[in-house]
Write a protein that binds this ligand. Structure first.
Ligand code: IMP
Length: 206
């Protein structure tokens, strides 16, 4: 069975990624199997660059096909910020709660109708022969207060209008159906499947 390493130290992301990728029928490893790989510096200027930095680095160090995701929250009232700086919105080494509190604070005078935002994920797959990527997006509103206990990051203030709930009020299963990450996974799976099939055919006819 093919082995793929998920290039993240983030346990919350890992849970969602593993659930979403089950369909691929491959063995999914994560960085806990490679303790020598520390934090990877994400100094790209876009989500795509950062997602490729992570997958390439883990492929280089493990020699195994690697998958990564990079996610950003773009808030319209903030001109698309924090975007690529979503993890560090409240400063270096800040917690999820610091980021949520900063977002609530900077948005405190913004009217309900003007609180629209988009969560975006770019997922990447890298091995010795190919580099693939996919994108997933979901529109929502920045809530004026935290709601729900599930999820992670900004989930308690990311309100999905069609569902009438924040991500933190949904199960992982439900979140994965509609979320940025869930959609990016769904868009990447057929690309990986086609690649594996083409690669197997090439080997068989060689
Ligand atoms: P990263 O750079 O892809 O690790 O993610 C940037 C930041 O976005 C994370 O530190 C989280 O705060 C936030 N984030 C990523 N994915 C989600 C999500 O699914 N829900 C809420 N926040 C998220």
């Amino acid at each position: 069975m093919m082995k793929v390493v998920i290039a993240t130290h983030n346990k919350d992301k890992l849970k969602e990624l593993k659930k979403g990728l089950i369909k691929l029928g491959i063995e999914l490893l994560d960085l806990s199997s490679f303790p020598e790989i520390g934090e990877i510096v994400e100094d790209g200027e876009t989500l795509k660059e950062n997602a490729f930095i992570k997958a390439r680095e883990v492929f280089k160090k493990t020699g195994l096909p690697s998958l990564a995701d990079d996610t950003g929250l773009e808030v319209d009232a903030l001109g698309g910020k924090p975007g690529v700086y979503t993890a560090r919105f409240a400063g270096e080494n800040c917690s999820y709660l610091d980021n949520v509190n900063k977002m609530l604070d900077v948005m405190k005078n913004i009217k309900a109708n003007d609180r629209s935002a988009v969560f975006k994920t770019v997922m990447t797959f890298v091995d010795d022969k190919t580099e693939l990527f996919s994108i997933g997006e979901v529109k929502g509103m920045i809530a004026s207060e935290k709601k729900g206990l599930g999820g992670f990051g900004y989930d308690s203030i990311f309100y999905v209008v069609n569902e009438g709930k924040t991500f933190a009020e949904m199960s992982i299963k439900k979140k994965n159906i509609i979320s940025h990450r869930g959609k990016a996974i769904k868009n990447l799976i057929p690309k990986i499947e086609s690649y594996i099939k083409a690669d197997t055919n090439t080997k068989e006819s060689a």
